[in-house]
Design a protein around this ligand. Sequence first.
Ligand SMILES: [Zn+2]
Length: 293
Amino acid sequence: MKKNNRFATFFGLFSAASLLLSSHSVLADRFKEVEITATPLATNVYMLTGAGGTMAAVAATDGMLLIDSQYAELADKIRAKLATLGTGSLTTLINTHMHGDHVGGNAALAANADIIAHRNVLARLRDNQNFDPAGLPKTIIDTTTTIKHGDVTLILEPMPASHTDGDLLIWFPEQNIVHMGDLLFQGRFPFVDFNNGGNVQQYIENTRYVLSKIDDNTQVIPGHGELTNKAGLAAELAMLEQTLALVTAMRAEGLTEEQMLERGLGEQFNNWHWNFITEARWIRTLYQATTPL
Ligand SMILES: [Zn+2]
């Protein structure tokens, strides 16, 4: 328990220091060091990482399709990487949801392309004064929709609100790949964005749903973390269920939120703790999720 507290304090200080340092120049330098990497997953289908949400690309003879756009500051690097994967310019961009590390490059990369997203992504980005309107979604997804890019079929499936209220799953049925966006933070506690319609119980339901649809050969692209598979997603589900059960049990015992933070979740969950969603922040999230309305 002491160890957990020290761990939490370290990251508390670390976050405070990061805030003080996050001047414009520091951010610019941070992006300067970022490299975009492309991992082939199937013919013409790639996973791309840089900084922010994991992207995917589909190459076709008449242009590229991209899933998520990370940050505007990375647009030139992303464009350069796409040029190594196929010919033609970006014709289609799909956003998995509305967070800045997934849509920040929309205008810079895709002002002249179709931009596809859940209806609530359009609504929330339109309300955001800082978001360049040239990057707003043009094609709105309300129901499960199949599109084709070159020879590759993609199924866009809007999900019940869980990470946010505008989450899309993107399936590649022929390649047996799914891009989960931030419905999966691989190997770490997830961010559930209550301010944008997030819901912990539904997040768990959506994880169960994806597990029920995939097999041992499915390649699972997370919004953050490493490429994973059914076993990786099952481990995430077990963590979600177990930590929710722990907080529910502590509530039944009559513990306050502060007492829960003091006790912690136990050493077996230390590996899921990270600088954005610390153990303390995850406990607070679960506490809020189990608060009666
Ligand atoms: Zn997100």
